[in-house]
Design a protein around this ligand. Sequence first.
Ligand code: FAD
Length: 516
Amino acid sequence: MTSDLLIIGAGAAGCAAALRAADLGLNVTLLSSLRDPADGSNTSWAQGGIIYRGIDDSPESLASDISTAGANICRDEAVHLISTRGPEIVRDLLIERCKVPFDETPDGSLHFTEEAAHACPRIIHVEDATGRAIAEHLIREVRTNKQITFLENVTAVDLIMRGLHTKNPKDVYNRPRCLGAYVLGSGEKVDPIVARETILATGGLGQIFLHTTNPRGARGDGVAMAYRAGARVVNLEYVQFHPTSLYHRTAPRFLLSESMRGEGAILVDGAGRPFMKKYHPLAELAPRDVVARAIHEEMMASNEPCMYLDISHKPADWVRTRFPTIHKTCLRYGIDITAQPIPVVPAAHYSCGGVAVDMHGRTNVTGLRAIGEASCTGVHGANRLASTSLLEAITWGFQAAEGIANDVEEHPIVDQSEVKTWELESEEVDPALIHQDWLTIKLTMWNYVGLERTSRRLNRALKILRDLQFEVESFYRLAKVTDPVVGLRNGIQTALAVTHAAYRNRESRGAHYRKE
Ligand SMILES: Cc1cc2nc3c(=O)[nH]c(=O)nc-3n(C[C@H](O)[C@H](O)[C@H](O)COP(=O)(O)OP(=O)(O)OC[C@H]3O[C@@H](n4cnc5c(N)ncnc54)[C@H](O)[C@@H]3O)c2cc1C
């Protein structure tokens, strides 16, 4: 199979890129590893909303908030780009083209909500399930677009690299170039898909940690594939931990949106005492990493497994209407948020780093781009301002597509017969082994590479993860390729890359906190 553009991942970033590239006349192959692509990506789980332009707002004000949250190491040109172009793309793509039903005020104008560290209310939302609405509307557009071939429930196994995966041994003397990807289909076959350009839009990596708000597929596939292909990965130490995920024995770590604190929810300890003022003048609206570490410290000091988020002082009807998903989900676990505080723990939430790219999503490997959470554009610096990630995903989706449309002629398509076929191995992998290896990754990352990092912890993590990677790579060579096997191989690679980054950087900044 060949196309102008292969996009791996169909969240906000991948769909935006596919639609823009199709508008510009490219034929696109878009992949999603999900059975239902509108459910199970980070995009579809986003709750709070997406940045637009608030009343009396300006690009300068947004840029200043992004840079402050990013602990002053954001890339200026990226911040400028997202602040000026981002809201225009929200209007053109999401509001006017896809008709995402953002909440309105009684007079019919968009309802803006406020989130932590924003100078004004500028977030638009669909109740508290914004991502689900965005994902459904984008996927609907993608499905009806004749320029886009949408392959669902398939897994990209590895990038096809000239010299490594081409038949001519002399190709090693040429500059490395990405020629597409090997893709595992539903029939257990791995086929090459060849393209002029390939975009990684595989989302985040939260699943390498024990507690995470991310869905199962967020295991760093893009970072791992890019790393193996020789692409630069940067800023991976800056993993943002969301302060408030639901803590309940049988529940996944469901995210309790930032906007709850924006709307007045208070953090309290087991005795109902508020504690955030001790840690930051902005109290509940302090940057995420400050709030997450404050909760962690309170838990350590009191030896409690969680703290509590309380919105029960607000009128019950208002709470039910403003946070219907959170209200319903908590009720399922016996917690009525209109009447009692919610038990919460911090959880790995967002990767500020990723595959290093320029303003058009270009990596250092010819023919390979990256967008969305898998990439590092420099927008977030050392920490992310709430609700910038969906905006970044669609902005760089457009930028990458436009960049490719401009240079597509520079990348002649290779003949598929030049690419080696994938050698299928047949050994079944014991699921218990995969389960145990994931537990090792998640526990190691949580305890040693989590909210507070020390040289000793990071050293220990490196040793455990290196040994494990050796084991995993050994059985991978002989294993029958399945999605879980691919995921484990990528998870360990990404965990190592994050740990290396955290080990190298001894300076506490933003989401990276080195105790020693
Ligand atoms: C609970 C939660 C709440 C959030 N709330 C907000 C919010 O309110 N506002 C905001 O701006 N951001 C929010 N975020 C962050 C935001 O949702 C993500 O950063 C953003 O959606 C990332 O989009 P993406 O397109 O890069 O990745 P995703 O949406 O995660 O899409 C990745 C895609 O890649 C596919 N994929 C992965 N690996 C492979 C592979 N090997 N082969 C084929 N396909 C693959 C997946 O199936 C998926 O389709 C939230 C995140 C979470 C988890």
